[in-house]
Write a protein that binds this ligand. Structure first.
Ligand SMILES: [Fe+2]
Length: 327
């Protein structure tokens, strides 16, 4: 039995916010700066994030996917802070990153800002750094496909756009990998979950993305943006495609909506991959890790649902260790 253990972190919102020069605080950034110091610094704490990272490193998965919002208002110094955090997490070939709307909070010089993250934001092709979609083949039968929905949006909005060039390239990528029978996992900050997402936070070209996925198929979509756990689905080519939204990895407020991350056990031994998800929280107060839920994705007559399940892979389990490719 071949099982891949994929961790999913999202909406890290690294703090504390570094000092900013007055000239850096123009427009939307100024409001974001005030919002951080008024409210958000209490919502996103390093203590919660460190608790989750400790768990990740003590019980390392085969790979880590991060679906954006590493920073808050896209100050140049935040990108450097986030790069150092990524370095502390583990080797770059162990971590795949796509950006979120906060990583594009201030629209100028995005490519230059993101260049510090290229080691984590790249595919297998040598010239793929910072280019989307990128493809990381982790196994003969599994690939991660990184999309960017991170674009600047007006004050009061947190929308995203993938854009026609990425959609066109994605069509070819999904078609090619699908023909090979590869499990295709899409990483994308904005969840393509239609009316489940508020309009001012939506993926603007979600219809276009859905069209490509309905035509070519995909096996799983991992997203963030909403800061709490959500599960949904969308039509695929031969079967519905599960969509998981991970909780923010630094959220510290309220007993029900604390920070957490997801672990996906992906069983590749059958004809079609089977997915089991585990939601791990950092308990407020104690700082201990708690498993909130372990469930298996099941296809029913009317769509997809989560059914309670045991975690199929753990320390000392009989499952075959996952043969990660090195690049
Ligand atoms: Fe976020």
């Amino acid at each position: 039995m071949t099982v891949l253990d994929l961790a999913h972190f999202t909406d890290v919102h690294l703090g504390p916010l570094p000092q900013a020069r007055l000239g850096e605080l123009m427009g939307k950034r100024a409001l974001g700066f005030l919002s951080w110091h008024h409210r958000r610094h209490r919502l996103h704490t390093r203590g919660v994030l460190d608790c989750l990272v400790d768990d990740l490193q003590a019980d390392p998965p085969d790979h880590v996917a991060i679906t954006g919002d590493l920073v808050n208002i896209a100050l140049p110094s935040e990108f450097e802070l986030a790069a150092r955090w990524l370095e502390s997490l583990g080797p770059a070939e162990w971590v795949s990153l796509v950006p979120g709307n906060h990583d594009a909070y201030a629209g100028r010089h995005l490519q230059r800002s993101w260049s510090r993250w290229h080691a984590w934001m790249r595919g297998d092709e040598p010239d793929s750094s910072g280019r989307f979609p990128f493809v990381r083949r982790l196994h003969d039968r599994l690939a991660l496909i990184g999309l960017s929905s991170a674009v600047p949006s007006p004050v009061g909005q947190a929308t995203g756009t993938v854009g026609p060039a990425q959609l066109e390239a994605l069509d070819g990528v999904l078609e090619g990998l699908g023909r090979e029978g590869v499990c295709r996992i899409l990483l994308l900050h904005h969840p393509p979950l239609g009316s489940m997402i508020r309009r001012r936070r939506a993926l603007r070209d979600e219809a276009g993305l859905r069209k490509v996925i309905a035509r070519r198929g995909a096996e799983l979509v991992l997203s963030g943006h909403e800061h709490f756990f959500l599960f949904g689905g969308m039509p695929g080519k031969d079967a519905p495609v599960p969509v998981f939204v991970g909780p923010s990895a630094s959220l510290a407020h309220g007993p029900l909506r604390t920070g957490g991350y997801l672990r996906h056990a992906i069983d590749l031994s059958g004809n079609a991959p089977r997915f089991t998800v585990q939601l791990r929280h950092c308990e407020p107060g104690t700082g201990a890790i708690a498993v909130a839920q372990t469930a298996r994705v099941e296809c029913t007559g009317s769509g997809l649902e989560l059914a309670p399940a045991d975690w199929p892979k753990g320390r000392g389990s009989a499952t075959e260790s996952f043969p990660i490719r090195s690049h």
